[in-house]
Design a protein around this ligand. Structure first.
Ligand SMILES: [Zn+2]
Length: 148
């Protein structure tokens, strides 16, 4: 019964329903045996943590590094001409994701984005990308993260 509910939720996905996307991602994540469990309660127990460069709050960890469009590391300019070197992560439980998803100037076609801030100090760390056809991911600016 639960699986059917998940499937019907997935069909109803849209970029304007980020909460629903997040919930589905949490459920599907539990089915991947090779991935370590990572939920909100494990914020302080991340393996090989990657932390906020400003305040050392745990943001994600090495096991969440993700390849998007064939690469983990990407270099992009924003519309203001500022260069960002980013890494992609499957989960970033230390981020607070805010704002309405936008598809303007999206670096990853088909995905909309919203801002991701450090939950502890509110530094802007990167962006969460949401897609109606795949799990959300995070593109985090490399020099705003560090290892403890
Ligand atoms: Zn911080």
């Amino acid at each position: 019964m639960q699986l059917n509910e998940v499937k019907s939720n997935m069909l109803g996905l849209s970029p304007t329903q980020p909460t629903l996307v997040w919930q589905c991602f949490q459920k599907s994540g539990q089915q991947k045996a090779e991935q370590p469990q990572s939920d909100r309660q494990s914020d302080s127990k991340l393996l090989r943590a990657i932390v906020c460069a400003a305040c050392k709050h745990p943001i994600t960890d090495e096991s969440q590094r993700l390849e998007v469009a064939g690469r983990h590391h990407h270099t992009f300019f924003n519309p203001a001409g500022i260069l960002f070197e980013i890494g992609c992560f499957a989960q970033a439980p230390g981020c607070q994701n805010t704002g309405e998803p936008s598809d303007e100037f999206s670096w990853f076609p088909g995905s909309s984005w919203r801002y991701s801030f450090c939950k502890n100090c509110q530094s802007h760390l990167g962006w969460q990308f949401l897609s109606p056809v795949s799990s959300p991911f995070w593109a985090l600016v490399q020099n705003r993260l560090s290892e403890p």
